[in-house]
Design a protein around this ligand. Sequence first.
Ligand code: MF3
Ligand code: CO
Ligand code: CO
Length: 268
Amino acid sequence: MTVTIKNEYDIVKMRVACRLASEVLDYIAHFIKPGITTGELDRLCHEYMVNEQHTVPAPLNYQPPGYPPYPKATCISVNDVICHGIPGDKKLKNNDTLNIDITVIKDGYFGDTSRMFIVGEGSVLAKRLIQVTYECMWLGIEQVHPSAYLGDIGYAIQCHAEAHGYSVVREYCGHGIGTMFHEDPQILHYGLTGTGAQIRPGMIFTVEPMINAGGHGVRTMPDQWTVKTRDHSLSAQWEHTVLVTEAGYEVLTVSDGTPDKPTILRAC
Ligand code: MF3
Ligand code: CO
Ligand code: CO
């Protein structure tokens, strides 16, 4: 495992890339309503990135080993889709939940963030899952300080999710990020306090828990990207990119539209 420690120059560049990724979410939020397709949302994001921000959408043609090239600029995961939903001609309808995951490249640096949205009012169950998942992400982030362990992040997330009867997806995790999309270390969203590598100042990684209302099982669709819950239960995810500082952490994926940190945060 080779974890890169970022220098002051890297950090300045990462702040910009991460803010731009977050600003794509601010921009697209206004277009989410019944009848629009996920493909149209993707096209709007893509045009905003390329024409307004002069950023590059990192997902487009991204091809990790064993995968076909990813065909779109964003990932949009609706209802029981956990992650890597490919935008297409599916029209959004009232009460749908969706995650929009944006990764931009600016001057060679990657910023990665995602938020949940609800079309129309949303069911009580959906709102609760989305809120608890948001708390999970923040409880994970709050563990981040030098000399803490990576396992502390996963433990806090898993505890909170399971206390609400939800489950943590095991197959996908947070990741180091910088001049590459996915770097070491892996940030598991489950685990045990005091396990794994120590957290060090200058690390930059994502915290991006995927939480299912039902069981943690996943099923990958024939397109080889779209991942759904095995039991068709609802799934939610939030993602921030975080810098480890001497004092603790700095969330880099912030912009005017970033939701506030939850007020009541209690790890198990
Ligand atoms: N943005 C996702 C993450 O948080 C990765 C998407 S890979 C893609 O790590 F190819 F599907 F875009
Ligand atoms: Co990520
Ligand atoms: Co992402």
